[in-house]
Design a protein around this ligand. Structure first.
Ligand code: LLP
Length: 400
């Protein structure tokens, strides 16, 4: 990819996504479930740009959404309603209502209280709500604590016994139709055992529900497949498929996966330009035009992203790559070996296609970067850079 030309054409800071790479990832995961009824419901939160979601729609993907905003994005992007799932620990009544009215595949319920709201709203609308229950299997996924979700100490889902009670309630309700079961133990998973264990626990629950005549159609394994940011040993998609499918013997059930990061992370790049270099005593700083408001992962999780200084060679020394935001926590990389850099040199932060742009903000009144897609060697703008006018648009009229 010609990063220099892209930076020249669209300016920096800039997100660039290789859609062909996303297709490749999609196909490799899809083929891991070959021979089985399976839907890959793309986790929209990973990268919710409409053109990215449309790309997955064209490949045949569904969508896993965590707000009604994401559901609307999925519809706009052309994902069929029968492949849209709505999850999340706290859905507002208006969101539940809209989800029911739009007739999506199912609402993934995360508490008993929520099940009651869904039932009540379905009744008001004179509908039957298709639901799944998110089960928290209490498995340690061995990932960063902020992105672990399958332990009872995490806020997600309900324990097995509560789930069972919820299914019985749903089965006995005129307005609820229990069609699926869901679990997602965490993100950036690099170990297969916790996934297999969780899947076994959930599959056992499916069997025990069958025994009381509750027959589920969808087995939703969530997302979480990890990627290489650095030198992680990642899970092979085929082995992932085999591990999950191995727990489902004897069950006639459609498998749903909700991959986000696996599909988009390594297809995305964050381009930023060097503004200045400076040293405070012997601490070296490279100040760039991108910041934590563009790419929050390093600041929030101390996450590592591979960094490339384009066309620069020479002796390397350690530096922190920092942005212009007024926070000491505003950095893109720490103690990173870099050659000497000058004004306007281009830095490319890799693996930025998931949880990059989407976790951005306007902190320090900084407009969000533009986003560009590259497909078949052609580049095109898929979100224009935010302007100052965009940033004040919702406040200006209230100025007295
Ligand atoms: N399904 C559910 C229910 C989820 O909660 C998530 C992610 C996914 C699917 C997609 O997971 P993935 O395949 O992308 O790992 N901001 C963090 C990641 C947060 C993940 C939240 N849930 C990061 O930048 O690492």
């Amino acid at each position: 990819m010609n990063f220099k030309a892209l930076a020249e054409k669209y300016n920096t800071p800039l997100y660039v996504y290789n859609l062909d790479e996303m297709s490749k990832q999609y196909e490799s995961l899809k083929s891991a479930f070959k021979g089985r009824k399976a839907i890959l419901a793309y986790a929209v939160k990973a990268n919710s740009n409409l053109s990215v979601v449309r790309h997955f729609a064209k490949l045949g993907a569904g969508a896993d959404c965590v707000s009604i905003g994401e559901v609307r994005r999925a519809f706009l992007a052309g994902i069929p309603k029968y492949k849209i799932i709505f999850s999340g620990v706290g859905k507002a009544d208006a969101e539940i209502r809209e989800a029911l009215e739009s007739d999506i595949l199912y609402i993934n319920v995360e508490s008993d209280g929520e099940l009651q709201r869904v039932e009540m709203i379905a009744k008001e609308l004179n509908k039957t709500a298709r639901i799944s229950v998110r089960v928290n299997p209490n498995i340690d996924p061995k990932t960063h604590p902020y992105i672990s979700t399958g332990l009872h100490a995490n806020k997600f889902g309900v324990d097995i016994n509560t789930a069972k009670r919820m299914y019985i309630r749903a089965k006995n309700s005129e307005h609820l139709d229990p069609v699926g079961i869901h679990s997602h133990i965490g993100s950036q998973l690099t170990e297969l055992d916790p996934i297999r264990e969780a899947s076994e626990i959930v599959a056992d629950l499916v069997r025990s529900l069958q025994a009381i005549d509750i027959n589920l159609k969808f087995f939703d394994i969530g997302g979480g497949l990890g990627i290489k940011y650095n030198n992680e040993v990642t899970i092979d998609p085929y082995e992932y498929g085999q591990a999950v499918l191995g727990t489902l013997t004897g069950l006639d059930i459609t498998v749903i996966g909700e991959p986000g990061r696996y599909l988009t992370a390594n297809a995305g790049y964050f381009l930023t330009k060097v503004m200045y270099e400076k040293s405070n005593d012997d601490k070296r700083f490279v100040i760039v035009d991108g910041a934590m408001n563009d790419l929050l992962r390093p600041s929030l999780y101390d996450a590592y992203h591979f960094v490339e200084a384009v066309d620069k060679e020479g002796e390397k020394t350690k530096a922190d790559i920092v942005g212009p935001v007024c926070e000491s926590g505003d950095f893109l990389a720490k103690d990173y070996e870099l050659p000497a850099l000058e004004h306007d040199d281009l830095i490319v932060v890799h693996s930025a296609g998931a949880y990059g742009f989407g976790m951005g903000s306007n902190y320090n009144t900084r407009g969000r970067s533009a986003e560009v897609a590259v497909e078949g060697g052609e580049d095109r703008l898929i979100r224009r850079r935010e302007t100052f006018e965009d940033l004040i648009a919702l406040e200006k009229e209230y100025l007295d």
